[in-house]
Design a protein around this ligand. Structure first.
Ligand code: G3P
Length: 268
């Protein structure tokens, strides 16, 4: 499974790349907002630095407009502003356009994706909550789709009336309430959403890669790897959680306590 790092924090990106485990970066306006406090240079320079650290690996940057024409223009602007010789910029487009002042939801994102695909601008279609949204995005020409596993888990836990922290583990095979499986139109968990999405796209041999997004804990990453997810985009805190185990920690302490002086001398 490919691992992307889901952050706009340059220090986290640098560290994760230095570990040699990262195949790409994903950002969104909320992640940029979090990172904004840390950067000293202008945002443009900051993003250029991220792209440089990422080298040949793809970096997703999201457009901010909710109007079709502007969405397309912003996508082209971002693509041109940040294109590098490595050609690693990917434009993130939400599957549908948020409600406007008249409370109307627009469904023209597919048109934008299609126009961009024709211009060979790679798109990561984001905020995916159902496999059928992915099917349409793939048909329109998206290079990636990002099903939001964690947010589906949040929704199902709410429906089940559970108290939870967002980072809590949620059963991949779903929650049973009095012998009834809690589901959202047949989706029983975030991992299930990713699995069904990928199955659908593979059945019809789309080249679109599935990025499991909104990943919240290490066990969820394991389950994504077990179902054969193409890519998981993982927050830095979850990467740390994947490394940590209390018995590893305890074992290392014991080894350190047992070091005899002769052994230490070998390193002088
Ligand atoms: O990749 C999408 C991700 O950044 C959203 O995650 O935890 O806010 O649902 P989250």
């Amino acid at each position: 499974m490919k691992i992307y790092v889901d952050t706009a924090d340059i220090e986290e990106i640098k560290t994760a790349f230095a570990w040699g485990i990262v195949d790409g970066v994903t950002t969104n306006p909320s992640l940029i907002k979090k990172a904004v406090k840390k950067y000293k240079k202008g945002l443009k320079e900051y993003i250029k630095e991220i792209l440089k650290i990422a080298g040949k690996t793809p970096v997703s940057l999201e457009i901010i407009s909710v109007k079709e024409k502007e969405m397309y223009e912003q996508a082209v602007t971002l693509y041109e502003m940040f294109s590098t010789k490595e050609n690693n910029i990917v434009i993130k487009i939400p599957i549908n356009i948020a409600e406007d002042k008249e409370d109307t939801t627009h469904y023209d994102a597919l048109k934008v994706i299609n126009k961009l695909a024709k211009k060979k601008i790679p798109v990561n279609c984001t905020l995916i909550m159902t496999p059928e949204q992915s099917l349409l995005a793939a048909k329109a020409g998206a290079s990636y789709v990002s099903p939001f596993a964690g947010r589906i888990d949040d929704d199902l836990r709410k429906r089940a009336g559970r108290e939870f922290e967002k980072t809590d583990y949620h059963e991949a095979d779903g929650i049973m309430i009095e012998d009834v499986l809690v589901h959202d139109k047949g989706i029983v968990s975030g991992v299930d959403l990713v699995e069904q999405t990928q199955h659908m796209l593979r059945t019809y041999k789309y080249n679109t890669q599935v990025i499991a997004a909104s990943v919240r804990n290490a066990r969820q990453v394991r389950e994504l790897a077990l179902i054969g997810a193409d890519i998981a985009t993982i927050p830095f805190s979850v990467l740390n959680e994947m490394i940590h185990h209390h018995k590893t920690f305890e074992g290392l302490k014991a080894f350190t306590n047992d070091i005899v002086p002769e052994y230490e001398k070998l390193f002088e």
